[in-house]
Structures are given as structure tokens and as C-alpha cells.
Design a protein. Structure first.
Length: 310
């Protein structure tokens, strides 16, 4: 059996236009159904979830009620809120499935801090999209009214973007390993982790968002996972996407993946970080897979999806 880090996109936990807690909890239950076969087959699973839509919505809520008595929480604290919220939905859904299957397996969600460098160039160039999609006109209004940096997101609309430094260290790695070894299905580094920097007194939160695919890759390294499984909206990564000569990628080498990256084949706000994370993990000797949530079980059992390995 394998130790697998599963990276779930924040959009895999929220349908378009359905952002209520009830609706998102229902999506979490559907997501868990796709992962249960892997867990019941004996694989050790660690789930890293995204939080792009959720953290953006929480920030909007915070800003809407900003008063002296109820001040807006900073972005890093909003990331912590999403870890608790989404982790709760996933943990609850997993526990319900285990109970129905009369299994003694357990699930736990861990509030996770991830170290970043204050010198990371990302702080001078915000790129990570969070929150809702806007039309170009709406984005311009948001930019002028709130001072946000906004960018077009892979042809899907305009969104707010924030700095996205690379993860350096996952502070709770020791605890995560202890939980895995206890037999628990662990939900960790949610939203890429709560970004912190080191200080003389310990650590302090910083306002940015860590890409969950890079955080998942680092966690996979640190816990010595066998597989990094990145689940997204499509069955495979593609080259020449959207053109007549569009091509699905199956099993490819590290060198091929790097070549396609250099050619600009992957969208910066969507597929690019997934492929980059997979390349890094494959370089460390692991097996990395990009596929859809529906293909999660077949990706492990039947080698479906885009596979990058040595």
C-alpha cells in the first residue's frame, strides 16, 4: 500500500454560485466519496485542500463588517479560518462514511503553519487569485475602490491576486507524521498552510497565500510519500490547450514536462503550478499524477491521468 498526498482544489469544494455552508458541505461529502475507496484499500492518505474561493469570500465578509469594535482579520488569519471550516467539512464527511462502513478508521484536520521567506520575490509581484470572478469592468471598480491588485485568470474572468511565496518548511510535519502512523486520515496544510515568517520570538503570520500544490509537494517530500496526487477539473494535463492540435498528456518524463513548461504550455493561474509541483516531486524520486477527482481511484490502481516520474 502507498502513502499518498492528495491535493484538492478549493473549487473542488464549491460549485459555481453555491457558496453557502450547506452547499459546500454537500460538495465535501461528494468529494470524500471519491477518496474513500483509496482509504479502505489500505492507502495512507493525507489531504491538502485549496481555499481560493473560500478565503476570498471570508475576506469580503471581514471587510464588510470592519468597525472599531469588530476589526477586519488579516489575510493569514482568514487562511486559518478556511483551514478550520473546510477541514471540518472534510473530517465530518470522512467520519460519516467510516461509520456507515462500520470501520474504526479516523480522520483529523490539523491547523498547519508553513514557513515562507520575507525575501521571496513573490511579495513584489502578486499572482495568486483568490475570491470571486469579476468582469473586466467590475475588476476595475474593485481595484479603484479597495486598492486590490487584479489580473485576468486563465480566460475565466478577473480576480484579485495576492503574493504567493514558495513554502520553505511545514512546521507541524512531526505531528502530521505521528497522526499518519496512528492510522488517521490527515487533513493538513489547508489552503497551502498559514503563511508565517520566523522572528526572534518565534513566528508571525504574513498576508499572502501559499499555492496548495507547492505545499502538497513539500509535505509529500517531508513525510516521504510514495505518490503526489493532484486532483483538478480535468482528467489530464494538455498541451496546445484549446487549439485544434490539443493533445492529452499521459505518462511523461521530467524532461518532457520541463520542455512544455518552457514552451508556456500551461496556464500560470491553473495548470502550471500543478505541473511544476509534480516535476519537483518526481525529481525527488516520487510518482506524481494530475487527474480529475472522478479518476482518483483509477489513477492509483490503473495509472490513469498525467503521470510524471523518472
Amino acid at each position: 500500500m502507498s502513502k499518498i498526498v492528495v491535493a484538492l482544489g478549493g473549487n473542488a469544494l464549491q460549485r459555481d454560485g453555491e457558496a453557502s455552508a450547506i452547499e459546500q458541505e454537500l460538495v465535501a461529502k461528494e468529494t470524500v466519496k471519491k477518496l474513500i475507496p483509496l482509504i479502505m484499500a489500505g492507502h495512507q492518505i493525507v489531504i491538502v485542500h485549496g481555499n481560493g474561493p473560500q478565503v476570498g469570500n471570508i475576506v469580503l465578509h471581514e471587510e464588510a463588517i470592519n468597525t472599531d469594535s469588530t476589526p477586519t482579520m488579516p489575510l493569514h488569519t482568514c487562511v486559518a479560518m478556511t483551514q478550520g471550516m473546510i477541514g471540518y467539512w472534510l473530517q465530518k464527511a470522512l467520519a460519516e462514511k467510516f461509520n456507515k462502513l462500520k470501520s474504526y478508521k479516523t480522520a483529523v484536520s490539523l491547523v498547519t503553519q508553513v514557513l515562507v521567506s520575507e525575501e521571496d520575490p513573490a511579495f513584489a509581484n502578486p499572482t495568486k487569485p483568490i475570491g470571486p470572478f469579476y468582469s473586466e469592468e467590475e475588476a476595475e471598480n474593485v481595484k479603484n475602490e479597495k486598492g486590490y491588485t487584479v489580473k485576468e485568470d486563465s480566460g475565466r474572468g478577473w480576480r484579485r491576486v495576492v503574493p504567493s511565496p514558495k513554502p520553505v518548511e511545514i512546521l507541524e510535519t512531526y505531528t502530521i507524521n505521528k497522526l499518519i502512523n496512528s492510522g488517521a486520515t490527515v487533513i493538513a496544510s489547508g489552503g497551502g498552510g498559514i503563511p508565517v515568517v520566523k522572528t526572534e520570538d518565534g513566528y508571525k503570520g504574513v498576508d499572502c497565500v501559499i499555492d496548495k500544490d507547492f505545499a502538497a509537494e513539500l509535505l509529500a517530500e517531508k513525510i516521504k510519500a510514495d505518490v503526489l496526487l493532484i486532483l483538478t477539473a480535468v482528467d489530464n494535463a494538455m498541451i496546445n490547450y484549446g487549439h485544434e492540435n490539443q493533445q492529452i498528456l499521459g505518462t511523461i518524463s521530467i524532461e518532457e514536462a520541463k520542455k512544455y513548461i518552457d514552451e508556456g504550455q500551461f496556464g500560470a493561474g491553473s495548470m502550471l503550478p500543478k505541473v511544476q509541483a509534480c516535476v519537483r516531486f518526481a525529481e525527488k524520486g516520487g510518482k506524481a499524477i494530475i487527474t480529475s477527482l472522478d479518476n482518483a481511484q483509477d489513477a492509483i490502481q490503473n495509472n490513469l491521468g498525467t503521470i510524471i516520474k523518472r
